[in-house]
Design a protein around this ligand. Sequence first.
Ligand SMILES: C[S@@+](CC[C@H](N)C(=O)[O-])C[C@H]1O[C@@H](n2cnc3c(N)ncnc32)[C@H](O)[C@@H]1O
Length: 171
Amino acid sequence: MGSTLSDWEGQRRLIAKAIHHPGTLLDVGCANGLLLRCLLDWSPHPLVPYGIDPDPQRLDAARGLLPEYASHLAPIGLGELRRLSDYALPTRFDFVYWNVWDDLEFEQPWAQRYLDEALGATASRLILGFYGPSLEAIEKKLAWLRKKLGEPAGRTENLPATVVVVWWDKG
Ligand SMILES: C[S@@+](CC[C@H](N)C(=O)[O-])C[C@H]1O[C@@H](n2cnc3c(N)ncnc32)[C@H](O)[C@@H]1O
């Protein structure tokens, strides 16, 4: 059975619950921009979207979905956020959303640098989303994150879909 747009919405809509005030939102790894486009509709708070993705073809698709924000999209990846200013983009955002890739291991030094970069770009709330592959694998990553960042300020989940979203607030 193929997955549908409504399956996708079921796996992503909960991210809007983590956005608790208006502001700027950076999607780290924004792909075709669909999540950003949807969050603008799903959140009751007005948002100004920004997206980065190292894949230029995905970014072209994002420019198609977010034409009015085309200048807010940049072909860079986590690990090179210092280049945001090359694209005249802000270096800090009220909300930073990062879908932590399934195969990322926080024990790797480069992954810890990615986390530090995402935190450094966060003015208000860092939101991390985990889409599987299993609840056990997600909880293992969360255990590591608790040691590093402390208890998350909040968590929401869709367990049948193996999606967990957690967030930490900046002091
Ligand atoms: C599964 S998509 C996530 C799309 C959207 N953010 C969401 O949560 O639905 C993951 C994206 O991360 C991008 N990506 C891979 N390496 C990256 C990096 N170092 N920094 C930022 N994005 C990266 C991929 O090109 C891909 O478009």
